[in-house]
Design a protein around this ligand. Structure first.
Ligand code: PLP
Length: 379
């Protein structure tokens, strides 16, 4: 029998969408009117708890937008970088590149500081770039660049940004809820994340945790009506309502998911489960001869990139399809530095699921007659 989630679906070992608990999904089995008191309470609690999880209970507000995570990143960049501002974008993967594209669409001035996908930004170079260009008002960084799974040093970058008197914006999408980020330690104007990554809700909501003092300054900056965070926040504060049809079932699921997150021990508990998943995965894959793209010190316990094996009998499509038949969905790589594939550790996945995935990988390799899983290109 193939492995399956609590609802009988294949397990998603991917960067998202992710496997969710049955209880999170069943939280959606209702209709609510947007003025329903239960819905209004769930929505307010959800937003308060998200701000608190970021260490911003007293200083920050979580402002939601309908859509995937990119909607929140776009809302954050276009609202917080004013028309006369300029943002330094730290790029080491496709989410950094997406931020560049957002600025191009919105005609916001930017500079990109790029490092290869297996290399974190250098904090000294960030400081030097800020010293060299006084026009830079903001710095944008990705906490875990899901393209490779690399952990970027956002606390150190944030300290350099604060020291230079600039504003810090974060894409914490694939890290928030599992890796520490605390507004009381790392000063940021805004941080974007979504419902279906480490909080394990269903997809459909992006949110930006905004320092309210900075959010107040953004009035009039928005480049689109539906992504106007200042307006969304102002209306929601006054009326408790979303401006446009709220994704009620997604909100109910995220509200429930945040309760399950707290029951697991919050960020520390969730992060510990993912770290265990990651350790089992990496050790098991190395035992089979695979090589990770990243050294352990740069690897976030979110998603792991493996070099494509050099054995000529290895065929990725067959590998993928056979694992899917056994109940495990993995993910292709999208690196420029090496041929690769990815296996995720996040979502409703346990240590047993990871061991089961390794068992399935061993069986599929044996079926394919693959014996040499070393990398195609020297690491
Ligand atoms: C998932 C993710 C996003 C958002 O992607 P969507 O497909 O729009 O949900 C943004 N940044 C990072 C780092 C991510 O992992």
């Amino acid at each position: 029998m193939p492995a399956a989630s609590e609802t009988g679906d294949p397990l998603l070992l991917t960067p998202g969408p992710l496997t969710t608990s049955k209880t999170v999904k069943t939280a959606m089995l209702h209709d609510w009117g947007s003025r329903d008191a239960t819905f209004i309470r769930m929505n307010a609690e959800m937003l308060e708890r998200i701000a608190a999880l970021a260490g911003g209970a007293d200083t920050h507000a979580a402002v939601p937008v309908q859509g995937s995570g990119t909607f929140a990143v776009e809302a954050m960049l276009t609202n917080f970088v004013p028309p006369g501002g300029k943002v330094l974008i730290l790029v080491n993967g496709s989410y950094g590149k997406r931020a560049v594209k957002i600025c191009q669409y919105a005609k916001r001035a930017y500079a990109a500081l790029e490092t290869p996908e297996d290399t974190p930004p250098d904090v000294g170079r960030v400081a030097a770039a800020l010293a060299a260009d006084p026009a830079i008002s903001h710095v944008f960084a990705v906490q875990c660049e899901t393209t490779s799974g690399i952990l970027n040093p956002v606390a150190e970058i944030g300290a350099a940004v604060a020291k230079a008197g600039r504003r810090f914006l974060l894409d914490a999408m694939s890290a928030f809820g599992a890796l520490p980020l605390d507004a009381r330690q790392t000063r940021f104007d805004a941080m974007a994340a979504s419902s279906n990554k480490c909080l394990e809700g269903v997809p459909g909501i992006g949110y930006v945790v905004c320092r309210t003092d900075a959010l107040e300054e953004t009035k009039g900056n928005a480049t689109s009506l539906s992504l106007d965070l200042h307006e969304q926040w102002t209306v929601m504060t006054a009326t408790k309502q979303w401006r446009f049809t709220p994704p009620l079932q997604v909100i109910a699921a995220l509200h429930r998911a945040i309760e399950e997150h707290a029951a697991e021990g919050g960020v520390a508990g969730r992060g510990a489960r993912y770290a265990t998943n990651c350790k089992i995965l990496v050790e098991g894959m190395r035992a089979l001869g695979f090589e990770t793209l990243l050294p352990d010190r740069l690897q976030a316990p979110i998603i792991v990139t493996f070099h494509m094996p050099r054995d000529p009998r290895f065929n990725f499509q067959n590998f993928y399809d056979s694992l899917k038949e056994r109940g495990y969905v993995i993910y292709p790589g999208k690196l420029t530095v090496a041929e690769s594939f990815r296996i995720g550790c996040i979502g409703r996945l346990s240590a047993d699921h990871m061991r089961g995935a390794l068992e399935a990988i061993r069986a599929v390799l044996s079926e394919m007659g693959v014996t040499d899983c070393g990398p195609r290109r020297a690491a």
